[in-house]
Design a protein around this ligand. Structure first.
Ligand code: FES
Length: 375
């Protein structure tokens, strides 16, 4: 893994702004995320900045962080973590990313890097004399079955030999990169066997294989259905909510309809068995007490685990303040957990502790207790 630092100050431009076309794209990206979660757009916005400038400048990171209302250090963390962001100026005609992970290494990626060293620069992240080309070694790019490979901008060039990579580099350097067809460079189609097909070599064989598979699947489905069919089940059985049967039902003499329902439930398809448990009743005694909407509503989204949708649900239950959440006892937490289908998440995220801190002293107290800002 390479050390990822920002380019030195002398290379950094003083400012950054999206051009008109990209500014519109940026707004579209931000609008894809829920209100209050706009920071999630940092990844596509940094990529747009890179496509505009050729690399990601410090000014771009800071401008984008400011746009999204996030601390600049968070933007810097993202930009320096992901290797798809170029933190130094790269070649104006091509930046060649050579995969050096095991499958590519075993298939000759070292020789590809030697080509880059001799044709571009001995060291990665340096441009050639003309500033048109640069290269770097990267981790797996997901085309291992066509190893070894390189990526140039958004295209991958696979099944490479050193000679073919040298040709590709020359074409890009001459401004003819568009002439190079991406994908396998040894003539094979996709990731088919390099020596050609050995099976399913004709359309007839493919059709026969498909029909055989379909017939086998149909036979299995029929067998499963026969095994699952209840002996005396009604023609269109509907699993009755056995668990929710009235507590007052006579236990000693269940009605025939109930027996049928029990049988049906036993033999119903797995899908029905996996049905979600019913939500707890709104009239349940453990439902936390709600209040009328107060003039000042707390931002419940500051509690980790509460997003805009959950906050809306809590409001619909009359939960508007941190103090309310902070007061929930175990039974109340379990009721809300069940209502939100959360499976214990409220306790795992410790909403009560978070809410107590926020109710006591807002974000400052939260930072004091948890050592970080609420996200
Ligand atoms: S190892 Fe090179 S693409 Fe996966």
């Amino acid at each position: 893994m390479s050390v990822r630092r920002l380019a030195e100050a002398s290379l950094q431009p003083a400012s950054f702004a999206f051009n008109k076309e990209n500014a519109a794209a940026v707004q579209q990206w931000i609008a894809k995320y829920p209100k209050g979660r706009e920071q999630s757009a940092i990844i596509p916005l940094l990529m747009i900045a890179q496509e505009q400038e050729g690399w990601v400048t410090k000014a771009a990171i800071e401008t984008i962080s400011d746009m999204l209302g996030m601390p600049r250090i968070r933007g810097l963390e993202v930009a320096t973590f992901y290797t798809q962001y170029q933190l130094n100026p790269v070649g104006t005609r091509a930046h060649i990313q050579v995969c050096g992970t095991t499958p590519c290494m075993l298939r000759g990626s070292e020789a590809l890097m030697d080509v880059c060293r001799s044709k571009i620069h001995h060291d990665q992240f340096h441009t050639n004399d003309k500033g048109t080309l640069s290269w770097e070694e990267v981790e797996c790019l997901g085309a291992c079955v066509n190893a070894p490979m390189v990526m140039i901008f958004k295209d991958t060039f696979e099944d490479l030999t050193p000679e073919r990579l040298a040709e590709i580099i020359d074409l890009y350097d001459a401004g003819k990169g568009a002439e190079v067809k991406p994908g396998p460079q040894n003539g094979r189609h996709g990731s088919e066997p390099a020596g050609g097909l050995k099976t399913l070599t004709s359309e007839k064989a493919i059709l026969k294989s498909t029909r055989d598979k379909e017939a086998k699947a149909a036979a299995k489905a029929a067998k499963d259905a026969a095994a699952a069919a209840p002996a005396a089940a009604p023609a269109t059985p509907t699993p009755a909510p056995v668990a929710a049967a009235p507590a007052t039902a006579a236990p000693s003499a269940p009605a025939p309809a109930k027996l049928a329902a029990v049988d049906t439930a036993k033999t119903a398809p797995a899908k029905a068995a996996a049905a979600k448990p019913a939500k707890p009743s709104l009239d349940d005694k453990n439902r936390p007490a709600g209040i009328e909407k107060p003039a000042a509503v707390d931002d419940l989204k500051l509690i980790s685990g509460v997003g805009p949708k959950i906050e809306g649900t809590l409001h619909s239950l009359g939960i508007y303040t941190f103090a309310q959440v902070a007061s929930w006892k175990k039974a109340e937490r379990e009721w809300v957990d069940g209502y939100l289908s959360f499976h214990g998440r409220i306790d795992r995220d410790d909403w009560v502790k978070q809410a107590k801190a926020l109710a006591k002293g807002g974000v400052a107290e939260y930072i004091r207790v948890f050592g970080k800002k609420p996200v």
